[in-house]
Design a protein around this ligand. Sequence first.
Ligand SMILES: [Zn+2]
Ligand SMILES: [Zn+2]
Length: 344
Amino acid sequence: MMKAVVFPGDKKVEIREVPIPSPGGGEVLLKMKASAICRSDMSLYYGSDAVVGGEATKSGCIHPGHEPAGEIVQVGEGVTRFKEGDRVAVYLAVGCGECAHCKSGYKMFCPEWKCIGFDQHGGDADYMVVPAENCMRIPDGMSYLVAAVSTDAVGTLYHAQKRLAINGRDTLVIFGMGPMGGAGVMVAKGLGATVIAVDMLDERLEVAKELGADYVINGKEDVLARVMEITGGRGADAAIDCSGSPHAENTALNVLRPHGRAAFIGECRELTIHPSNQLIRKQVTVMGSWYFPIFEYDEITRFILEKGLPVEKLVSHTFPIGEAETAFRMFDERKTEKAVFIWD
Ligand SMILES: [Zn+2]
Ligand SMILES: [Zn+2]
């Protein structure tokens, strides 16, 4: 038997004793080593409208955890490329494997995709079964903790900055200094950019400075005026919103110079903007960005190791799975930054 977390709804956390699953054809069994909590888990914790997932997600029986890493302890029939003892992180999107999107590595665009931790069991349990093709090797010299946080948090910010072509000539403004924004600061510094971090909380701005932000601005100040002052009146080359706040998203568009580029990453259901002034006159490029294609994990982990990114600094708390209730409550109350379940 093993311990597994479920969310019956209404901020309840149950730890169930369930049988250890066995891997089917093409699957592997992982003994979990690290599984990171994410803001998107809160939609399951509340039992409200989940940010992704279908009917199974609403059942309240799925083990959450879409940012997991573990050791392969059993391989199913037909698995040849992985063996017992391999250290892997898990890609969150399970696709059909056959369509153009699955073959391109962007499995989350598969029309039939299922999200680990939402539609099917995730890593907040002692063991999990995943398709071998969702396993991403962890390089030597990287801990399970860093590997787990380097999926959704660092990976998403790496992919967005690659798409924005962030480089050493850029001044990049990042809005929202939670774990995503913090990861964004690290990645941007690794790419050589000048980074301006924006948040409403001074504590988070302090963390941003430690992670390498060149300038910090409290959102209560006139952010546009401060960015103009820092950039000598030119405006920022690029902006990323990790907050999902309509006000921050508008400010992200406003701080851009002509031909500037922006990415929205924080989940946001509705936003009012002014295209004439914010987009058209300045000929800016705005994109949404979410997660990364599976082949990019090798590049992401290599970048982290080569640039020495201090990914573990994003993690303020670790918990054993038996303390899941405390972990989710503290995370929900924003008493933690990135919080991660770990096993010995
Ligand atoms: Zn996540
Ligand atoms: Zn597919």
